[in-house]
Design a protein around this ligand. Sequence first.
Ligand SMILES: [Zn+2]
Length: 571
Amino acid sequence: MITLRCLVLCGCFGLIFCLDIKFKHHSQAELEEALVNIVEACPNITRVYQLENPSVLGTPLWVLEMSDNPGVHEPTEPEFKYTANIHGNEVVGRELILHLAAYLCEEYQAGNKDIRALIDSTRIHLLPTANPDGYAAAAVNGPKGEWLEGRSNANGVDLNRDFPDLNQLAYEEGNSVTKNSYNKMLQVANQFAQMQPETLSLVTWIFDNPFVLSGSLHGGDLVVNYPYDESRSGKPSEEYTASPDDETFKQLALAYASNHRQMMNVARSACELNGVNFAKQGGITNGADWYSVRGGMQDFNYLASNALELTMELGCRKFPEEKELKRYWDDNKEALLNFMWQAHIGVKGLVYDLITGEPISNAVIVVRNITNGKDERLNHNITSTQYGDYFRLLSQGKYEIYVEAPGYIPQVEVVTVKAQRANRNEPPVEPVLVTFAMIPRQIDQTAYLENLSADRAAADDEQDYSDLEGDREALPKGRQEDDDVRNVMDLLKNSPRHGVVPLSQEMNVSPANDEEAVKEILKMLEESGYPSMNTVSEEKEQKSVKKEKGNNEKKIPTLAEILPKMKTRKS
Ligand SMILES: [Zn+2]
């Protein structure tokens, strides 16, 4: 059946496709068919891939990626993910993901400005089902099933309790550890954890991609739930357990709830008899304040990666009747779209070596909130990606952003993050881009000299300038720069920042001094003929985009390889 919307689209734009995702419960085979149709309709902005391990019963975990350059991380473009159906019997998210993907595809093709801007600036990953075996079990009785029928995987394990528990480690350390040390802890945790194949796939996915923000779609209530999920004391419920990013998480939760048609509607009743009516608290809740969850995916994302994850409970019914699905889509559509845009809040940029231009991965980004005279260190550091870019989601306010990487002089910038638009009818807020050109503590003079142009080096070799030592102006340009390198090295040695200073001490150095030292060195480097920071920044950005594309070209599997039954078709 061809819908009216499809007819209009086809008629106006001469498109050869018609996506017609039905409001029905899709079986695994139907779900795969829907994904194939979407990819066929929008081949230039989609890619399908599967997670590392299939489910216990051997069903692949498919991910649909949507981006203007599928398969490629583009520096300074954030990566976003929606995960649905980790509880096999909570099926609304599974259907909404299909409708969302079809909507994004159709609207992109139709030239919808906001959707084009979103997909062109964001790499979106959509996992419609993280627990296909649980779904198959739940689908047997469908809406008539028991409350928990099909919740777990085929081994009877609740996947959203199966993640390594990093919370206790974080609580003991006062959260003041970076993602990297969590990775070490995880190795320890792994010795004890016998993770299910689905969980292992999700963990690998989380580690392998530089996700910035994600939503995990559940059902059984109507509320957006944010970290921490696990209470600090172990109390089973009603213990608000704030994370260092509590303000940002609340803003993110509201960005979803306020664009949902019902979440904030105080006239509606609570899902459960004598249950909490979350509308009365803005449609949002801290996880542990509701009930404590140990081993959940949400807290794991926050503590083991750079991604902030929230959990969306999409409605009172876990497995509603098919006739209700259209309403679920209408209720959630704007919320789902507006939430993806939140991957752009806060500060982002590149961290790279000023001398070589190479990206610096695993640089630690430390944030201090200085809004309205506050002086509050956010005890949750994030790190730059392997591409040298970083994304620090932050709520409205004024912040100091410190960047530190081994072997480099730390830098600091003060940034102001503006209020976000309330909904998609307002124009998007410009992202705050701050790039850090890091100055090595010790400049490798040999490497630098090797980079000098062959001509100049050859010309220099033919003459002896030893009698001109100390007279900078009399030296040819190449030799002047040699002198400058030596001077910069002296300056670095004498700088109060020289040597390895623990992060805690770094934070005590006043930003003003820090900035002055950096400025002084930058000025000297610029005078000595190094490219200016801005030039390096632009060139670097282009270079890394190109390099990235080149590197990935071979790795991207073709759709035919991934979905053998799919026929390739030119758009
Ligand atoms: Zn759930």
